[in-house]
Design a binder for this molecule. Structure first.
Ligand code: ADP
Ligand code: MG
Length: 712
């Protein structure tokens, strides 16, 4: 048996020495791909998921010598896929993870000087451009999973097109190669965007899939959570009635998956395998969750074949639709929903929402059952739901989320005219203007739209500008130790465990309430700080977490994130321009006053009863979420500050603390004192005229953008 050890000393056993490489569809195109990459600066590679693009193409490039003049950087929109493919490729190449093959995700860099193939999240590469705008460290960039149209990938499209057409030849000895990989979607549009670059298509074979609608969810259930129990029901039914073969279940997010696993486990436990199961070779069910923030070792179990007689059932987020491929899946159960970050105009903020998937996503999900043999797809929803609630295609992230962070990145890269940046799909102008406004409000850009000193400090933190601002404020007072744990806790996955089982859930909730009380009883940020400190100082942090209904994984990453943030604040303090201030209020106000510096746009005032109204110009009516320490205490409050928003039938604010009007009264006018057009560097008429011109020229290639770009 062949074993490899990674940098952390964890031994990985290679499950299959040959790794079936010659069997993957991409193998036949190897020569053609290498040749095309040599001959072209931009190249598009397309093929069905599972054909070997992500794991094989970087190895082909490496073997063809592309890594000699710089790294081969491969981007992924998802963290979990980034780590998992890097690990897989390191195994295939028989090397230690972190040596020739490494990965980088936010707060976790597993690369070294030896690294040649570097898998990373698209967000990481975007951040890397800040210190290496010409990507001199790379010889080739592979933008993978382009069809997902994540915000960072979309921005990288524009950057690579714009920057490298202009600068490539001057500074670099060898031109940077850009390879865009995508499932078979929107290929013509992508090729046109990159100057009609060539496309290599990997021929694939898909087996027929029997699809069935189960009519358990209809148009009226669009906003209910019934889909979780219905999905569990169909999964169990599938397990009982289908012959051997693994099941892949698509759900929405970590807590929904944990809940479903729990329900399914309880039901599967009581099955009498001698009588109840249709196929007598099936003797049990192995239930495995798969979601973004899972620890790497646990992820590996997903890919291992189940023990003989056992049926594997993976309950996954959308990640298993395209980013990772699990072999042996014979049946897909589709809940029809996905968790998506959407800009919510009602709340004026990005909000995580559970929405119906698009028809093309549903087809993609079903396709996972037909990779190696004919398969089956059970859709828990009705055909009416398909027709009425599911859009044809997913809307790219750039058109539905806040652009604040990416616009600041572009500005720091000296791209000032963010309206006329070559976007593959142009976001609505009002989203760009709103982002500029937010940046102005938090002091990251000045009235002329230029990045301020504070803006340059903010971009140093891999955090949202709100949190970064609060951290900077605390650091300037010399008391960042109070803020950094809070910032870390806000950056990691859900800290509080939610059990599906109501008895255990009640116990966990009691423990959470106790934390609120111990932390003072009226400040959710302080609760986070309290949990962090308690966990850190306990002798056995993991069992401490377990005993208190807290996710140890989340806390472990928070401890790590805090350390990294501390390194950044220590470094920035050396900078002579870094602000130093004196805090002269009482100590118990300190945390909240620092939060005000970053979150003053998330402030609301009580109107009547238990409702509050936000102050950011949207004037939305919001309620305090039941999970907050302040829930039920509304009558005693006047002004509150909140971290996030959850929209259901009402708008709820989560992670809340009370503040005093005095602390924000000088800041609030900033929310209204400027017209966003003033910040955009372009006059309103100019932009409008240009829009018309662009529409008339019907130039989808973006050449129009370049022409304008050159003219300014
Ligand atoms: P594509 O990018 O075209 O979707 P991949 O390169 O991701 O294809 O996958 C090719 C094959 O490699 C899959 O069929 C799967 O069997 C295998 N594979 C990919 N990632 C892993 C992993 N982390 N562990 C085990 N097998 C994997
Ligand atoms: Mg892939």
């Amino acid at each position: 048996m062949n074993c490899v050890m990674d940098r952390r000393g964890i031994v990985h056993v290679k499950d299959d020495e040959s790794f079936h490489k010659p069997l993957l569809p991409i193998y036949k195109c190897k020569k053609e791909l290498v040749q095309a990459a040599k001959e072209n600066q931009f190249l598009i590679v397309t093929g069905d998921t599972g054909s070997g693009k992500t794991t094989q193409l970087p190895q082909y490039l490496y073997k063809a010598g592309f890594g000699k003049n710089g790294m081969i950087g491969v981007t992924q929109p998802r963290r979990v896929a980034t780590v998992s493919v890097a690990q897989r490729v390191a195994e295939e190449m028989n090397c230690t993870l972190g040596d020739t093959v490494g990965y980088q995700i936010r707060f976790d860099d597993c690369t070294s000087e030896k690294t040649v193939i570097k898998y990373m999240t698209d967000g990481c590469l975007l951040r890397n451009t800040l210190t290496d705008p010409d990507l001199m460290k790379y010889s080739a960039i592979v933008l993978d999973e382009a069809h997902e149209r994540s915000l960072s990938t979309d921005i990288l499209f524009g950057l690579l097109k714009k920057q490298f057409q202009l600068r490539n030849c001057k500074k670099r000895k060898y031109p940077l190669k850009v390879i865009v990989m995508s499932a078979t979607l929107e290929i013509d549009k992508l090729s046109a965007f990159f100057g009609y670059c060539p496309v290599v298509t990997i021929p694939g074979k898909v087996f027929p899939i029997k699809e069935r609608f189960f009519n358990l969810i209809g148009p009226r259930d669009k906003e209910s959570t019934a889909y979780i129990t219905e999905t569990v029901k169909i999964t169990l039914q599938t397990h009982l009635n289908e012959p051997a073969g693994d099941i892949l279940v698509f759900l929405t997010g970590q807590s929904e998956i944990e809940k479903a696993c729990h329900l399914l486990f309880k039901k599967a436990e009581s099955i009498d395998y001698r009588h109840d199961v249709y196929d007598s070779s099936v003797e049990g069910l192995l239930i495995l969750p798969l979601y973004g923030s899972m620890p790497t070792e646990q992820q590996k179990r997903i890919f291992l074949p189940p023990p003989a007689g056992i049926r594997k059932c993976v309950l996954s987020t959308n990640i298993a639709a395209t980013s990772v491929t699990i072999d042996g899946i014979k049946c897909v159960v589709d809940s029809g929903f996905v968790k998506q970050l959407n800009y919510n105009p009602r709340a004026g903020l990005d909000v995580l929402e559970i929405v119906p998937i698009s028809k093309s996503e549903a087809v993609q999900r079903a396709g996972r059952a037909g990779r190696t043999a004919p398969g089956k797809c059970c859709r828990i929803y009705s055909e009416e739901f398909w027709n009425k609630c599911m859009p044809d295609h997913m809307i790219p992230e750039i058109k539905r989320t806040s652009l604040v962070s990416v616009i600041l990145t572009l500005k720091c890269l000296e791209i000032h005219d963010v309206i006329r940046f070559p976007y593959l799909d142009h976001p609505e102008e009002k989203f760009i203007l709103e982002a500029l406004l937010k940046l102005y409000q938090c002091g990251a850009i000045d009235r002329t739209g230029c990045v301020t000193k504070l803006g340059h400090f903010i971009i140093e933190f891999p955090l949202s500008p709100n949190v970064a601002c609060a951290v900077i404020k605390a650091t300037s007072f010399g008391c960042e130790d109070l803020l950094l744990p809070v910032a870390a806790m806000l950056s990691v996955e859900q800290v509080f465990i939610q059990y599906g089982d109501s008895l255990i859930q009640k116990e966990a909730e009691r423990s959470h309430e106790e934390f609120h009380e111990l932390a003072g009883g009226c400040n959710d940020f302080a609760t986070l700080l309290y949990i962090f400190e308690q966990c850190k100082s306990s002798l056995n942090p993991s069992s401490w977490c377990k005993n208190h209904g807290i996710h140890w994984r989340a806390l472990k990453s928070a401890l790590n994130v805090e350390k990294q943030l501390k390194e950044i604040t220590n470094r920035l303090r050396e900078n002579k321009d870094f602000p130093i201030e004196r805090f002269d209020g009482p100590k118990n106000e300190f945390l909240r006053r620092c939060l005000c510096a970053g979150y003053f746009s998330n402030v609301a005032r009580r109107t009547m009863g238990r409702t509050f109204r936000t102050m950011d110009g949207h004037g939305s009516v919001v309620h305090i979420h039941p999970s907050s320490a302040l829930f039920g205490k509304e009558a005693q409050l006047e002004w509150i500050l909140f971290h996030s928003v959850l929209v259901t039938s009402k708008i709820f604010v989560r992670t809340v603390c009370p503040i005093r009007y005095d602390w924000v009264k000088d800041l609030l006018p900033k929310l209204h004192d400027i017209d966003a057009y003033e910040l955009s560097n372009v006059a309103r008429e100019e932009v409008t005229n240009e829009r018309i011109m662009k529409r008339e020229s019907k130039d989808e290639t973006g050449q129009c953008n370049d022409r304008i770009q050159e003219a300014i």
